[in-house]
Design a protein around this ligand. Structure first.
Ligand SMILES: C[S@@+](CC[C@H](N)C(=O)[O-])C[C@H]1O[C@@H](n2cnc3c(N)ncnc32)[C@H](O)[C@@H]1O
Length: 233
């Protein structure tokens, strides 16, 4: 990974912004990801994220914290918080923004336990593929204190396969339709392609039940997106 995402965040943080990130997937064309969006404050967060933030309790792990926007808000509210990301640039930005407990770390290498684990802005993305969901969920479960909760958002992207006459062109023999190849470029440089997983709620719930987690639908967004709460039964 070249960490172009982290580089873009760092440029923005240092006041050296010149252009946004360009993303695309195997089923969608180029799209702009405004870097300023990664620096959003509470009032500019989607309602699913605001709801997640209102539900947090106890000690918190912010997984894939990016520029640390959720973490900063929670730190200011006085919560005990740890924020991790695999992007070195993102973690440097979090430090520059004043986050106190941050670490470059893959969630699979985390070992502490928490009362609330946050995975926001399509939190299921980091699972990458349907075949890895159990592994990630089992690990996340092992990081929960008794009475703990995992707050995670995602979308059912079936709508992306809808054609003009309302039919769907999903290939029944292909992989799960929420598994995307994700491409990112910044300042003309291309990041190593990544896998990024969108999970519909029913598939997430089934995966949770299979590994012994309860899965509750907390809130639906305006565009096939949702917030779920996972907990020990
Ligand atoms: C879509 S961004 C979301 C950033 C932030 N949560 C937000 O809402 O602004 C996803 C983040 O997850 C990080 N990430 C991806 N896989 C990860 C993993 N296995 N462990 C920790 N962080 C990961 C990426 O580097 C990226 O910063």
């Amino acid at each position: 990974m070249k960490d172009l995402f982290g580089q873009a965040l760092l440029d923005f943080q240092k006041g050296e912004f010149t252009e946004d990130i360009i993303t695309s997937t195997n089923i969608s064309d180029d799209d702009i990801l405004p870097i300023s969006y990664l620096f959003r404050d509470f009032k500019d967060m989607p309602k699913l994220e605001q709801k997640a933030i209102k539900l947090v309790k106890g000690s918190i792990l912010d997984v894939g914290c990016g520029a640390g926007s959720h973490s900063l808000y929670l730190q200011e509210k006085g919560f005990q918080l740890k924020s991790i990301d695999i992007s070195k640039g993102a973690i440097e930005v979090c430090k520059l923004r004043g986050l106190k407990n941050v670490e470059v770390k893959n969630i699979l290498n985390e070992t502490e336990t928490f009362d609330t684990i946050l995975l926001l802005m399509n939190g299921t993305g980091i699972f990458q593929e349907l075949s890895q969901v159990s592994k990630y969920l089992t690990h996340l479960k092992s990081l929960l204190n008794p009475q703990g909760q995992i707050l995670i958002d995602s979308s059912d992207i079936k709508y992306m396969y809808e054609d003009d006459d309302g039919g769907f062109w999903i290939d029944a023999h292909a992989n799960y339709y929420g598994e995307l190849d994700y491409f990112l470029s910044y300042k003309g440089e291309k990041e190593t392609p990544m896998k990024w997983l969108y999970l519909d709620f029913d598939t997430l719930k089934l995966a949770c039940e299979t590994i012994g987690l309860s899965c509750e639908l907390i809130l639906e967004g305006d565009h096939f997106d949702y917030l779920a709460k996972l907990s020990l039964p």
